[in-house]
Write a protein that binds this ligand. Sequence first.
Ligand code: NAG
Ligand code: NAG
Ligand code: NAG
Ligand code: NAG
Ligand code: NAG
Ligand code: NAG
Length: 501
Amino acid sequence: MKTLILVLSVLLVINRVESVKKGVTWGEDPSNDAAKCAALKNFKGSWYYNWDIYPPCQAGVTGVEYIPMIRVESDMGKVNNLPSGSDWLMGFNEPNYSGQAEMSPERAAQLWPQLQATGRKLVGPGVADCGPTPGGGCLYDSVQWYKDFLGNCTGCRVDAVSLHLYYCSATDMMNKITKLYEATGKPVWLTEFACDNPQPQNQDTVVTFATSLLKQLEGSLMVQRYSWFIHWCKGCSASGLLYSSLLNNDSADGSLTPIGVYYSNFVSNSTSGQPSNSSDMDSSDTPSTSSKVSFPTMFLIIYLVLISGNGTNLQAIIDAVEKGDLPNVNIDVVISNKETAYGLERAKKHSIQQRVFSLQKYLKEDTTQNRDRSTYGSELARIIQEYKPKLVVLAGWMIILPSTFLQVLDSVDIINLHPALPGQFTGANAIERAYNAYKSGEIEHTGVMVHKVIEELDAGQVVLSEQVPIYKEDSLEKLEERMHQTEHQLLVKAIKQLSSK
Ligand SMILES: *[C@@H]1O[C@H](CO)[C@@H](O)[C@H](O)[C@H]1NC(C)=O
Ligand SMILES: *[C@@H]1O[C@H](CO)[C@@H](O)[C@H](O)[C@H]1NC(C)=O
Ligand SMILES: *[C@@H]1O[C@H](CO)[C@@H](O)[C@H](O)[C@H]1NC(C)=O
Ligand SMILES: *[C@@H]1O[C@H](CO)[C@@H](O)[C@H](O)[C@H]1NC(C)=O
Ligand SMILES: *[C@@H]1O[C@H](CO)[C@@H](O)[C@H](O)[C@H]1NC(C)=O
Ligand SMILES: CC(=O)N[C@H]1CO[C@H](CO)[C@@H](O)[C@@H]1O
């Protein structure tokens, strides 16, 4: 279980909107039928889109944010004609689905700078979930598509990622959202969804599903927006998506189905979606101010484990995360230089990804004669970069990291825990050396520090340090035990400090 415990930020909510996240995916509406436009307003969402840059209902629906989309490559010309009223632009619909954008990650990445040039906030391509295995019209796993897209689009700005899901189980939906969030580290927009897999047998099933899902979408800090696929069923048969339709009849009065009623009345109990009467803003029909929605980013950390140690510092961080003491923090991966490190076992128990990257093996397998500690350092940094971490934690990592490592990870905070006070007992066996120094009257106490990693060993700006007393009757083991307790607390405190900046 990888616990994501994030700080809820208080959102200002737009007047007359029940949820800042809730929206609708508007089916085709060539007729601009007035009843449908009124119905759209009745959904009481804050936003909608229709896979295009032209709002239905002529000028759109006042008070509901219309977000334009560049659906396929042949729509690229439209970037110069975007309607006003939203800070956002959505890019490409179902790039991995036949009949939709059918765009490789590479191609999407090539076109992305043109979307970026609009200066708008950008929602990444809405990938269709392929189900258990890609097939049928869905040829590219959605999470893999995003990984490849972001991999190809390294300099790109992608403010949110987006996906389409049609499972009929809230758990399946949330699991898929979590996967995309973990792969990309970006806020997720669920830009099409309804209950269709397995196909519901009646309308009530859909309401039951929504009752469970909507609360989770509102409460989840991974989810920034969601929009139900309204589905204008033009004569569709009485199955599947018809039961998910929000409207009774695509050509008629805009009357709502049971799920339509539920969706439109849905008011979140969570702070992130709760409308607040007291913060009522001007009730004139200004477009919603979506920029008020703020999204807490996750603070990802990588933990490099000690070759021979037992990973108790790692455990201290895991415990703190799971107890909620480190809001914002997620441990992304634990990397070890040695397969047998017990810290890997600890990571496994808590479903944290484990990787082994052994210096010895790396050098031994050298066929090119080009490998050394320095290339190991840059290779390790490259592996770490895959996770786009904000913080890398070293605790007892015994290999001196070469400058190549630090250069590649230039913009990432890297901290090290060292069992001595600043300037004292650098290098190995610091506790034992302090113990001996005390015995020979050179020092009165020792301590622990957490510092930023620079090239020089156990130096670098001190984040936190704390004294640890040594007593006359102490054995080395007794002192070690006291040191470890301080280490655990100090490391967690330092991570907390850095992650709440
Ligand atoms: C770029 O995208 C292609 C597919 O279009 C993929 O095969 C490749 O791995 C991606 N490159 C990176 C660096 O992610
Ligand atoms: C939908 O509305 C049209 C026009 O009012 C009506 O003719 C048709 O019977 C309705 N269909 C259903 C399934 O209610
Ligand atoms: C909100 O809370 C009330 C009272 O606890 C509960 O009856 C209602 O079902 C909740 N609504 C939602 C949408 O969670
Ligand atoms: C908000 O306003 C509505 C309508 O005026 C009212 O029914 C509701 O009780 C109010 N809620 C709060 C929390 O004040
Ligand atoms: C590491 O800690 C675990 C759990 O406390 C313990 O079972 C194991 O024996 C320890 N291993 C070593 C090498 O100290
Ligand atoms: C349905 C589908 O996968 N469409 C496209 C997804 O991306 C690949 C790679 O470009 C294309 O070959 C598919 O046509």
